[in-house]
Design a protein around this ligand. Structure first.
Ligand code: PLP
Length: 466
């Protein structure tokens, strides 16, 4: 009784302090002042416990990052041992640490063969930011200084650095931030559910066409790079047809545009292979990653680049010219030690294999919900998936924003003990950890069905269905 009393007192105190002082990423400040936080306390495997001691099944791996699940003791040991031995080593100038060097070599071994050099960041946004800076440096170095324009996909997400947020094509990341920049441009997403084209081949051809048109409009000598996610994550888990990524790479090569794949979500087993690129033998010029690299146990991201880009920068200026890009915590030895152990768990610990074995259960569970009155589309690749809820399955009409369906879903999800992401446009995103068992999936889909049924029973929702 004492424990629960003190923990509930602590909860209300913490919630008040949170409302007063803690700014939350990607939240409405005013709405958060009203709603307050859900304070998470502990995690084990696929399950979280919050400050009210409520157990939650996490079907989103934190923020699509805890791909190993929570409570991996060997990762904790790797971090502790590195902290004891050497908690910090700068990567600046010519210093390095053993885990950072070994991790760079490991990433070169497991990524597409085109990628030979690694720069470590603290997460995905600064990996994208570093990619943009290196690309600019590269084109200036090789005598193509007019190449300053960047193209990305509508509904794309490439983090929230001050320039990278302009490659992100989601309205809240631009509103009142004076973005996009005049050098940032978008082409339509390959979005099968909402496409009127007859088949996958036509969707791929339309994307290639749109890229060619955009490059022709801007001038090939003006376009620096094309950025894309292999599966669009924060834009609503939009899964392009197989072969799309390869076709875009080929088009970029022909157009003399650098091809940058953002694998921040799709990397590290999320879609099956270690990187989604490997499925289609795609050889990017640059690739960004974060999240699953350390499975969220420590902050770290990376940008990898081809030898061509690296040599362009290296040889494009007099010998001792410093490439002025860096962060105090780049290649942090504790994060690198964590990443090495996390990668070992994916490979030798059987997590990649389990993720692939579980894919059919995940895909079938989502597809089974297509018969639910609220669900218009079910899509997935690997353990990355979504349900798209619609007011009318025939016309695919969305629910009116005033219904606030995603708030209703969010509240019902918490009540039923399930964590996932309810995006605007009534898309529910799922990214279960690679340690999920069949029993975890059964529980996940039982809770999901129950909460959808409950939301469907709300009179306003029933009325909105056509
Ligand atoms: N790129 C993609 C594809 C992402 O999904 C994200 C984050 O969700 C980022 C970049 C930004 O990463 P971070 O949140 O670690 O800064």
């Amino acid at each position: 009784a004492i424990v629960s009393e003190s923990s509930s007192m602590q909860t209300s105190t913490l919630a008040a302090l949170d409302r007063s002082h803690l700014i939350h990423p990607v939240a409405s400040f005013r709405e958060h002042e009203e709603l307050g936080p859900i304070i998470l306390k502990s995690g084990r495997g696929a399950y979280l416990t919050d400050h009210h001691d409520k157990e939650l099944l996490d079907a989103f791996s934190g923020l699509w990052c805890v791909n190993t699940g929570y409570g991996q003791e060997s990762v904790v040991r790797a971090a502790t041992e590195q902290m004891q031995r050497l908690p910090y080593a700068t990567g600046y100038f010519h210093f390095a640490s053993e885990p950072a060097i070994l991790l760079a070599k490991k990433l070169v071994d497991i990524s597409p063969a085109s990628l030979q050099h690694v720069y470590f960041t603290l997460g995905g946004s600064d990996a994208v930011d570093a990619a943009i800076r290196y690309i600019t440096h590269y084109h200036n170095s090789i005598g193509k200084p007019a190449k300053k324009h960047f193209i990305s996909l509508q509904r794309g997400y490439h983090g929230s650095s001050s320039v990278g947020a302009g490659l992100t094509a989601l309205p809240n990341f631009h509103f009142n931030f004076d973005l996009p920049l005049p050098t940032q441009h978008y082409i339509p997403s390959p979005y099968p559910y909402r496409s009127e084209l007859p088949d996958d081949a036509a969707i791929i051809a339309a994307s290639v066409h749109a890229l060619r048109d955009k490059v022709a409009e801007l001038g090939s000598d003006q376009v620096a790079a094309f950025f894309c996610e292999p599966v669009q994550g924060s834009g609503g888990v939009i899964v392009p047809p197989r072969g799309w990524l390869k076709a875009m790479q080929q088009a970029c090569n022909e157009l003399d545009v650098l091809f940058v794949v953002d694998e921040v979500i799709t990397g590290f087993g999320r879609t099956g292979p270690m990187f989604a690129c490997l499925d289609e033998d795609v050889q990017p010029d640059l690739m960004t990653m974060a999240k699953g690299l350390t499975a969220g146990y420590a902050p770290m991201g990376a940008v990898m680049m081809s030898d061509r880009v690296y040599r362009g920068i290296a040889d494009g200026a007099p010998l001792a010219t410093v490439v002025g890009h860096g962060q105090t915590y780049s290649a942090h030895p504790v994060s690198a030690a964590v990443a090495l152990e996390v990668l070992r768990l994916y490979e030798e610990g059987g997590l990649l294999e389990n993720g692939r074995a579980m894919e059919p259960h995940f895909a079938a569970g989502l597809r089974a919900l297509l018969s639910h009155p609220l669900v218009g589309d079910a899509r997935s690749r690997g353990l990355l998936g979504a349900l798209e809820l619609v007011a009318d399955k025939g016309s695919k009409a969305r629910f009116a924003p005033e219904l606030k369906l995603h708030d209703r879903i969010f509240q019902a999800a918490y009540k039923h003990g399930l964590v996932f992401r309810a995006f605007g446009d009534n898309i529910l995103g799922f990214a279960p950890a690679l340690c999920f068992t069949q029993a975890d999936f059964e529980l996940m889909f039982a809770r999901l069905k129950a909460l959808l049924d409950e939301v469907l029973e709300q009179p306003e929702v029933r009325q909105a269905l056509r």
